[in-house]
Write a protein that binds this ligand. Structure first.
Ligand SMILES: Nc1ncnc2c1ncn2[C@@H]1O[C@H](COP(=O)(O)OP(=O)(O)O)[C@@H](O)[C@H]1O
Ligand SMILES: [Mg+2]
Length: 259
């Protein structure tokens, strides 16, 4: 649990298009790393490369190295399905399986891996995961209702419960609050603060206040212009990035001068 990611000289392509160039960074365990930067600078592309979801797009590939506690995730004998289990992902729009029950949603990932789980074992995973996602008290009396019966904020916490059910090492979240109201957003932010005690968390956000509130480290990405690759401009302690960044482009972005 909670492993570190080391990214070196990462280039990411969509066919011939170099979307992200030359990213080198370390993502520390038991902490939250925020990715910020203007639309199109490659934040989603980078986060998807971390658990090998990028390569499911035809023609998509990477160069460079991404290591989880020293293991090259793109090594020739590495199973990408196993990587995606170790490095879970939560998306912008909550995407529970709508007709599946809340209970079945939580263990959906486990069923794929272990079809012969007993009812008692399944119930235990469901309770642990829903408690971990701060959702248990709200749903414990209606576990057999469909996932779609929940509010947007609850659905997003259900997706987080589904992601942590398989006990991953890293949780990736790509703008997890951008479809949520302010109250649900605060609930997710509180939850991220709790989850970081056990997991390595990477969150993409376009909300500066959110990055400042939830993250320990912030990485600022930028691109020189349309058709140019996105690059990591600077990464530092969140406090430093938001008070005294080293690069002028970072300062311009966080003070709202562009983006
Ligand atoms: N599936 C795709 N196929 C081709 N190009 C893509 C695809 N997804 C993203 N891109 C391109 O990669 C670049 C980075 O996009 P993205 O990672 O979505 O940026 P961000 O998340 O920072 O807004 C953009 O130029 C975008 O158009
Ligand atoms: Mg994006």
């Amino acid at each position: 649990m909670a492993k570190r990611l080391d990214i070196s000289d990462l280039n990411i392509y969509y066919s011939d298009f170099l979307a992200v160039e030359g990213v080198t960074m370390a993502i520390e365990p038991r902490s939250v790393t925020a990715f910020i930067g203007p639309s199109g600078c490659g934040k989603s592309t980078v986060i998807r490369s971390l658990n090998r979801m990028h390569e499911v797009i035809p023609g998509a590939r990477i160069e460079g190295r991404i290591a989880l506690d020293g293991e090259d995730l793109y090594g020739r004998e590495v199973d990408p399905v196993r990587v995606r289990r170790q490095i879970g992902m939560v998306f912008q729009r909550p995407n529970p399986f709508p007709t599946m029950s809340i209970h079945a949603n939580v263990i959906a990932g486990m069923r794929l891996n272990n079809k012969r789980m007993s009812k008692a074992a399944a119930d235990e995973v469901v309770e642990r995961s829903l408690r971990g996602a701060n959702l248990w008290n709200e749903v414990k009396d209606r576990l057999n209702r469909p996932g779609s019966s929940l509010s947007g904020g609850q659905q997003q916490r259900l997706c987080i419960a589904r992601a942590i059910a398989v006990q991953p090492d890293v949780l990736l979240m790509d703008e997890p609050c951008s479809a949520l109201d302010p109250i649900s957003t605060l609930a997710i932010e509180d939850l991220i603060g709790e989850l970081k005690q056990e997991y390595t968390i990477v969150i993409v956000t376009h909300n500066m206040q959110q990055a400042a509130r939830v993250s320990d480290q912030t990485a600022f990405f930028n691109l020189a212009g349309v058709g140019q690759p996105g690059k990591l401009i600077e990464m530092d302690a969140t406090e430093k990035i938001f008070s005294n960044p080293s690069k002028k482009a970072t300062e311009d972005y966080i003070s709202g001068r562009f983006g």
